[in-house]
Structures are given as structure tokens and as C-alpha cells.
Design a protein around this ligand. Sequence first.
Ligand SMILES: Cc1cc2nc3c(=O)[nH]c(=O)nc-3n(C[C@H](O)[C@H](O)[C@H](O)COP(=O)(O)O)c2cc1C
Length: 220
Amino acid sequence: MSSKETKISEKELQNLRKQYTKSSLSANSVNKDPFKQFEKWFGEVMKSGFYEPNAMTLATASKNGIPSARVVLLKGFDDSGFVFFSNYKSRKGKDIEQNPFGCLLLYWDKLERQVRIEGKIEKISKEESEAYFNTRPYKSRLGAWASNQSSVIEDRSVIVKEFLKYMVKFRNHVPLPPDWGGYRLIPGSFEFWQGRPNRLHDRIRFSKQKKSWKIERLAP
Ligand SMILES: Cc1cc2nc3c(=O)[nH]c(=O)nc-3n(C[C@H](O)[C@H](O)[C@H](O)COP(=O)(O)O)c2cc1C
């Protein structure tokens, strides 16, 4: 196929638009506990046949305020926060070390829903990281050793060689790498977005107060 055939015109892009009609959300209908509301929506997501229902965008910023974002997988959530795993020396790891605030964004197109969660990020305990690491398949555990995530490498053979090196070193038990583990984002606010017709979407924000959550509707 020539590049001419694959080129997408500006008009085609501009004509990509949907009417959102699936559901609605209000300060009355929403659960007064944002963790429970998230659980409800996530339960519906799990039943809706998404390819990677737990994929979420994590935004961080450097100490100078330079933002960056990437997809990570949600691996646990409860009233204490939202857990994901990564390399502590990666770009995100360095950001979090210098500026421990982040934002998680989940978008489920089929349900016309978006959730934004902002808060402080902390490392989880080594024991918790270890417990999760040990559930990963053998080769994924080796992969964590083989990759100095976000460092520049000459070519792919660098990580393949490292992978094979660790395969020989750790034939059975693969220990937790020193720079690998979990983070927990502790929410200070949640925003639940439900698409509605004519761009008059529903947005409900929860902001953490001392002992409760303030619930407000935002203009779409
Ligand atoms: C679907 C999907 C899931 C991913 N899950 C993770 C994850 O759970 N942890 C992680 O560190 N990187 C994950 N990645 C890779 C990150 O998006 C990113 O490339 C990597 O973490 C390096 O980011 P950084 O250089 O900003 O630190 C995932 C990527 C995709 C597309």
C-alpha cells in the first residue's frame, strides 16, 4: 500500500466523533465513597470484555515540573490506594523520587467512561513487592532483572544477552531485583466522567477533606 493510500485526511480526523448515550452520573446516584464507586465501575469494566481493562495512564512530573505519561497496569486497589509495579530507576521512578505526586487516568471507551485519580505516590513495602513479584511468570521475573528500564541501549541484543545471563544465574528461584517494586498512589481526588449526548457530559469530582470526601459536579 502506498503512503498516499494510508494517509488520513484532516477531514476524516475531524469527522471522527461519537454521541455518548450509554449511561449517566449524578451527585445523588454516585456512591458517597469514591473507592466504592471505582469498584463498581471497575466491576462493570471487568464484565465488558476489554482487552486490557487494567491499563491506565500514569502521569508524573520531574522536580522542574516537566510532565511525562505512560501506560502501566493496575495491580491492586483498596481504601489505601492504587498499586502498580515498575522499575524504581526508570524515568517515572526518578520523577516520583523527586516529586512524589502523580495522576492516574483510566479510559474505557466501550462504556464511555474516564476516571482521573490524583494523589501522592509512595513505594509499597519490599514484602508486598516480593509477594507480587513471585506471582509473575518465570520469564517475566527474568525480564525485570534484564532491563535497566528507560536507560539508552545500543540495540535489542543488549537486553537479550542480559536475559540469558540471568536465566543461567537464576535457574529456579528469581529474587526480587533491588530496583524493582510497587508504588501506591494515595488519592487526594477522584473524577468520574460519563459521556453524555451533545457534549454535556457528567463529571463528578471527589476531593479529600479531613474525614470525608467533598462531592462536586464539574462543567463538561
Ligand atoms: C499496556 C501496557 C502496559 C504496561 N504496563 C507497565 C507496567 O505495569 N509497569 C511498567 O513499568 N511499565 C509498563 N508499561 C511500559 C510503560 O508504558 C513505559 O514504557 C515504561 O514503564 C517506561 O516508562 P518511563 O521511561 O516513563 O519510566 C506498559 C505499557 C503498555 C503499553
